[in-house]
Design a protein around this ligand. Sequence first.
Ligand SMILES: [Zn+2]
Length: 973
Amino acid sequence: MEFLKKIEEKWQKNWEKARIFEIDPDPSKPKCFITVAYPYPNSPQHIGHGRTYTMADVHARYMRMRGYNTLLPMAFHYTGTPVLAMAKRLADNDKGLISDFVNVYKIPEQKLKELTEPITMARYFHQEIKCGMKEIGFSIDWRREFTTTDPHYNRFIEWQFQKLRQNGYITQGSHPVGWCPKDGNPVGMHDTVGDVEPEIGEFTLIKFTKDNTVFPAATLRPETVFGVTNIWLNPDTKYVKATVNGEQWIISQEAVEKLINQNRKVKVQQTFQGKELIGKHVKNPATGKTIPILPADFVDPKNATGVVMSVPGHAPYDYVALENIKKQPSKLKQYGITVQDVNSVQPISLIEVKGYSEIPAGDAIKKMNIHEQSDPKLEDATKEVYRHEFHNGKMKPCTGKYAGMSVAEAKDRVKQDLISEGRATVMYELLNRPVLCRCKTECIVKIVKDQWFIDYRKPEWKALAHKNLDMMEILPEEVRQEFNNVIDWLHEKACARKSGMGTRLPWDKDWIIESLSDSTIYMAYYTIVKHVKQHKIQPAQLTDEALDYIFLGSGKPEEISGKIGLDAKILKQMRDEFTYFYPLDSRHSGRELIPNHLTFMIFNHTAIFPEKHWPRQIATNGHVMMEGSKMSKSFGNIIPLREAITKFGADPVRLSVLSTAELLQDSDFSPTIAKSMRDRLEKLYRFASKLAKTSRKKIPKAPFTAIDRWMLSRLNQHIKNATEAMDKLAVRKAVHTVLYELDQDFQWYQRRTATRKESPKRKAAIAQVFNEVLDAQIKMLAPVAPHVCEEVWEMLGGEDFIAQSPWPTHDKSKVDIRAEENEAFIMNVLDDTLNIMKATGTKPKKICYYVAAPWKWKTYMKALENSASAKVLQKDLMKQLMQEPDLRAKAEKVAKFTGQIVEEINRTSEEAKQRQTQIGLVSESEALKEAKSFFQKELNAEIHVYNEEDPKRHDPKQRAQLAKPYRPAIFIE
Ligand SMILES: [Zn+2]
């Protein structure tokens, strides 16, 4: 461990001293600009955070080696609720949080008090995270670091919002938003526990009535009002009688606050238990029928109004609840309801749908074997029935003027009609409730007056976003559809709130821009922040006009220069730097940011920048699991990133989080994997240091033999595979190729060439191959394990940094299929021999190989040729072969031999057949004679090689005649 630690510190210091990751524009080179979502500094990072950032760093290091002038910057997201809420929890003495900070992250207890101040917390964890990023070896240009509360950044965000507003993308109005009643703020995904996006649904409240009292039943399926058989109330929870906008309503107690937040005037008059209304009757506003109020446990008073209409024909919950109460006469009795009363309540069929009976809800219940209202399968049953009815259902005659309509159409029509007749209204509710705010309060829906929105609903903007997506590379490609869907369903997004840290809306300073809106185009800011710092530019100098010039090229720098008191040359430099690095070449983030951040980034770029500056690639990745289970506080299996680096080493951690899964899959971290990675790296290091002792530079040129050509051919295949994998960021595959497949071949090569009696020429050739392989191997490993690879590179006499050396290129001329076929032959012969030895249990003194006679080869090649077009039949093959006089002379032998090979050839893969055809005759005896000393060493026996028809051969058991092409006969004694 000490050994890795030393190497890591050494190279981190060297990189910093040589400033090799401080990247400036260089017109002589192609550029590559890679960014990764900046972190909220509200806690130290754990190993799960390591994955996305390591992936971005590996990508940047790879692109640099491919010859790109590659910039990877980093900043810190202070704004928004994540920091705020964490500081608040700490201030509120949250025991769980304190225990995590102290016990898991080892933060000194006396420090915690200071961290209750949000800005202090942000600064503290900012430094903590930055240290971790340095310790793991990220190749970041730290000159460009900033935080989102820097006044210069605020200017940039103000400019962005002015642009959005000028272009018509900002609206103000009353829209429903997810809301924390405790904080008095809108909530988005980054404000909730578990990062859940609050999903707002519009319920129809259908006004069932009893005299002048309204029972507003909340439903997502207003078209089923014709099938309502009863109303459900929960007998054991509290309801209120209240005036709501002048009407008398019965609603759950919890609904009061929600309705007030949706701009209704509510005055509570009376509170009582739900059971007091059970057994009473109400009128269905659509049919005029009188129906009973019945008790049901499944009614959740926290969901909408707590009043539910029952449609047992088409709603599985209602069906089960009705069946249940029919079996509980005693319970009914206390409400004065008789069993006969309830039995007269029968499901009504109002939708016709193929594949179902009159009562689809009943079908689904029976199919899924559901008996209880609490059965979680009810959710699936509900969805299934709804899906079929929505897509294939038709309204039945009992629905009056809606008869014959599709369910999809009737749903909207019934709702609109009821509302316009004053018999229904709407209410918003969270569909995925409960959603908890980071302050642990349950979120609700609020209609905020004069709320500012970014209007992602605009069709012309959606079209631009689609256009950008279509020209972008998405890695992995599978998630492209997800982006398409998000672009289509995104609607107005509340973009500002009344409290917290952040940039104020430039035209309405009461509002502060929230954190998913102030993080959409900031990659552009990285290109200029270096100059801002270097020339001590004041925020006030970054006027809208100056920023228009820098980012959009409008206006004249000479004129702007005078107005803001900044040298025109500096303005031009900033413009040049922006146009050099833009567009963004790759954006990295976790997959969970597709529905918000990543799609917002696309939208905002298209709103502000010309097409040539739109982003070019997005790479998303999955999570990190811990030994097969989800990482979470409750499992106690969180490993802080810095602790993991100290424990296992930076390179092993990098390898572990990236090489156990491809992009989208969850990767699985475990101490065992990290340790095995460390062992592999140490082995590589030891091997290289042995090699380094034989001076590398003075190796004379020497001719290569078949085995050398084989190794170089294999190497070039691996280079090709690893490069193709890295181009798609399939790092798992690349590491597997470089660290395992190449290594396996290299070990074989070492076994094949490890004889002491090699000539100086052979020794030189072997040394040359060793160097070439090792060079390529450490270069291909360098992006993922940069520290160890720099050390090995230096040890082997490499110049400069491996981080700056070129990625190995695939040299087609070194691919030698004949050498590969030849070596595959040697491997097979060795395997066959070992198998015979194992089967017979003999330790041989002498091994004889008999290679197939020329006529067998001729026959074999002919069969191979025939097999290219179709299955070979022995009969046809023989007919052909008998045209040849030399084969006709030994017709009997040929017939016997073809009998042996026809089946085999038909079973051979197309690829192998093609290869064999291309290579033609293989000189097996030559290959075996070349490998003789190798066989002698491996098998510890005398080796003899004969042609099967050699009259002088030693062949006491008549084995020679069994020889086949690629399969010499073997005799052991
Ligand atoms: Zn809250």
